[in-house]
Design a protein around this ligand. Structure first.
Ligand code: NAD
Ligand code: ZN
Length: 357
């Protein structure tokens, strides 16, 4: 078991990672002396592990559990309001603690409830997906608006993240692949050695064994924690985490949420960003090697033919919350080292078309 400390402006919190991390949860709760605990989880996680968590803590604290329907649709205003009603009805107070037990959906929603209930109560993340190595660290919490994903939210840090890799054993292959894309992103932007390790050891999803998981989660979190510690509110450095995401988000949204996973979408985005780096920076990144590897793992490697470059560019502008006709892309100077490049809308349009051709 390993522990990483994340530093924020106001606080420092531990991320505990390991195949027996869960047993540390009661210690962290004790430190918060909760009046009551509300565990928020989803239907899939509850079926598999609901009892594990309640057995672990239910004897020591008055514990409530709210089970949301699994899936992105739960990150809604209605569910947010429903959770507030549930917390009020059960008289949770400012000393109560919320535990987010699930993947990124549960984490984002529960974190936003914690950030706003009585102006903020403590919460702990207990992630159960590989993708959540990314979403549980960094303090971005949010719900969706029909006009856009994660449009209503806050920066709100958990008191601890307890990441027990045993939960990942039941994760379906497509969810594992989606999370693996974020691990690859962390390697590409910050760690050549992690990239080489992944590239060598994991040629297909079935190759991922417990010891690989341990290393990729730990190093992925270390990278994310380091970046967000230096730029908690996304004013500068944190932008590098958007590598592959500008195009990736556009593809994901254009497909319609849930049709193409986040990880699959950003895998395509990362390929484009790597090609773009070679094309515009006078560098020679192993683009073809990356593409072949992505194919072997099962990622899509091209933008779906049904999506027009026009639509994608206009989505990219919207995602950047910009009205200017310039777009900033995160590109690679080498594996593990990023820089940003600014393109006019027309330039990026031509480049994206050229890459797709
Ligand atoms: P998710 O929470 O929907 O989980 C994926 C699926 O796996 C769900 O069906 C879930 O029920 C199931 N599941 C969870 N744990 C399981 C387990 N151990 N065994 C079997 N099934 C399990 O999705 P996700 O991919 O974890 O997260 C995606 C969300 O995260 C998106 O809403 C995205 O916006 C958000 N996100 C947030 C941040 C951030 O910084 N806050 C970063 C990246 C992504
Ligand atoms: Zn992402």
């Amino acid at each position: 078991m390993e522990s990483i400390l994340v530093n924020t402006v106001d606080d420092t919190y531990p991320v505990i990672v390991g195949s027996d991390a869960l047993k540390e949860l009661p210690n962290h709760l004790r430190g918060l002396s909760p009046s009551k605990i509300l565990v928020i989880t989803d239907t899939n996680v509850d079926k598999l592990y609901g009892h594990v968590l309640v057995d672990l803590i239910g004897g020591d604290w008055k514990t409530y559990k709210y089970v949301i329907k699994s899936g992105e649709a739960a990150k809604s205003f209605e569910m947010f309001y429903e959770l507030h009603s549930y917390a009020l009805k059960n008289e949770l107070d400012r000393k109560s603690v919320i535990i987010a037990f699930g993947g990124g959906v549960v984490g984002d929603l529960s974190g936003f409830v914690a950030a706003t209930y009585m102006r903020g109560i403590p919460f702990i993340q207990v992630p159960t997906t590989l993708l959540a190595h990314d979403s549980a660290v960094g303090g971005k919490v949010a719900i969706n608006h029909p006009e856009g994903k994660n449009m209503i939210g806050a920066f709100y840090q958990p008191k601890a993240v307890v990441y027990d890799s045993n939960f990942l054993q039941s994760l379906p292959a497509n969810e594992m692949r989606s999370g693996f894309a974020e691990v690859i992103k962390h390697a590409l932007i910050r760690s050549e050695s992690l990239y080489q390790f992944l590239f060598k050891e994991i040629r297909r999803l079935d190759d991922i064994k417990t010891e690989h998981l341990q290393r990729m989660i730990l190093e992925g979190i270390q990278i994310k924690a380091d970046v967000v510690s230096k730029d908690e509110k996304e004013l500068g450095l944190r932008a590098i985490l958007n590598f592959g995401h500008t195009l990736g988000h556009a593809i994901e949204a254009e497909a319609g949420y849930g049709k193409l996973s986040h990880g699959d979408s950003i895998a395509i985005g990362m390929l484009f960003a790597t090609w773009l780096s070679n094309k515009t920076l006078d560098v020679s990144l192993p683009y073809h090697e990356l593409k072949l590897w992505f194919k072997e793992i099962g990622f899509p490697v091209e933008v779906p033919a049904s999506q027009s470059t026009d639509q994608l560019i206009s989505r990219m502008k919207k995602d950047k919350k910009t009205t200017s006709n310039q777009l900033t892309m995160i590109v690679l100077k080498e594996i593990g080292v990023t820089t940003s490049a600014i393109f006019s809308e027309d330039e990026l349009y031509s480049l994206l078309n050229e890459w797709r051709a």
